[in-house]
Design a protein around this ligand. Structure first.
Ligand SMILES: NC(=O)c1ccc[n+]([C@@H]2O[C@H](COP(=O)([O-])OP(=O)(O)OC[C@H]3O[C@@H](n4cnc5c(N)ncnc54)[C@H](OP(=O)(O)O)[C@@H]3O)[C@@H](O)[C@H]2O)c1
Length: 255
């Protein structure tokens, strides 16, 4: 296996794959700052130049292109003449089409945040979406993803895009709302941690898949007095957001 891109995701997944028995032939990254530590961690050669990795690339059975999304297609195109026709190309992006790679190829998208602040959420058990160009690439991708022992869902490109949308809504948007809620508390000199029991309940909805059933609050109840009071309290630039979400909650629960 050759790993291209020594960022946050490679730093976590490459050691797991190595432990599962894959030989990492080479780490290639943009700068020495990222390439060297990962090469050292894995005990394998590292480089910042694709040309220096020609031997490893031509021997590799798997190349993982773990670079910034916007560069996946470009890197894949560059290495396509350097790897063997049977080598399986893999990327790890939820939002990038499989077609950014040349077949045989697969996407292994672990639905998890790999930033340092997410360190307390273990990799083990992370659900993974896999899309592959053919059965053999799918089997290989499944074997790689099984290293962290989470649920694996096979998806088409359209399904993977929808799963990415769902992940953005559930994580990025819910987190933004939480950050704004904490700011409301902070502005009134209240502890930002006052919401912790509510957030634990919210998490249960995410874990059990029954978020709709646990919806409560003034928008669901149609409590216009409370909604009006909130409109007066909420930061001005959040008013439209609050109103449109309240309308949407009411609509969903009328259906
Ligand atoms: N982060 C997440 O939470 C997460 C979750 C699931 C999937 N993913 C996917 O995982 C992939 C990697 O994401 P990441 O978060 O690990 O990104 P990242 O931390 O930004 O790392 C990208 C790495 O690619 C290197 N790189 C950039 N251009 C390169 C090039 N032309 N040739 C070789 N190396 C190059 C960078 O090198 P330098 O550091 O030297 O600049 C960096 O080490 C992406 O496709 C992303 O969508 C990310």
């Amino acid at each position: 296996m050759v790993i291209i891109g020594a960022g946050q995701v490679s730093r976590e997944l490459a050691p797991v794959w190595q432990k599962a028995g894959h030989t990492i032939l080479q780490v290639i990254s943009r700068t020495e700052n990222s390439a060297r530590p990962l090469g050292k961690l894995l005990g394998c050669p590292w480089t910042t130049t694709l040309g220096d990795a020609a031997g490893a690339l031509s021997d590799a059975q798997i190349v993982v292109v773990a670079v910034t999304d916007g560069l996946i297609a470009e890197v894949a195109e560059t290495i396509s003449t350097m790897i063997s026709p049977k080598c399986v190309m893999i990327h790890l992006s939820g939002a990038t089409p499989l077609e950014a790679l040349r077949p045989p190829c697969a996407v292994i998208w672990p639905i998890r945040s790999f930033n340092p602040k997410a360190g307390s959420v273990p990799l083990e058990g992370t659900p993974t979406v896999i899309e592959a160009s053919e059965a053999e690439a799918f089997l290989l991708a499944t074997e790689l993803a099984s290293a962290w022992q989470g649920e694996i869902a096979e998806a088409s490109g359209e399904q993977r895009s929808a799963a990415h949308l769902a992940a953005v809504m559930a994580d990025n948007y819910a987190n933004h709302m939480l950050a704004e809620a904490q700011e409301v508390l902070h502005q009134r000199n209240l502890p930002k941690t006052l919401l912790r029991n509510l957030v634990e309940g919210l998490t249960q909805g995410g874990l059990n898949g029954d978020a709709r059933e646990r919806q409560t609050g003034p928008a669901k109840r149609g409590d216009e007095t409370t909604l009006q009071r909130h409109r007066e309290l909420i930061p001005k630039d959040m008013r439209d957001v609050y109103d449109s979400i309240a309308e949407h909650i009411a609509k969903r629960h009328r259906e």
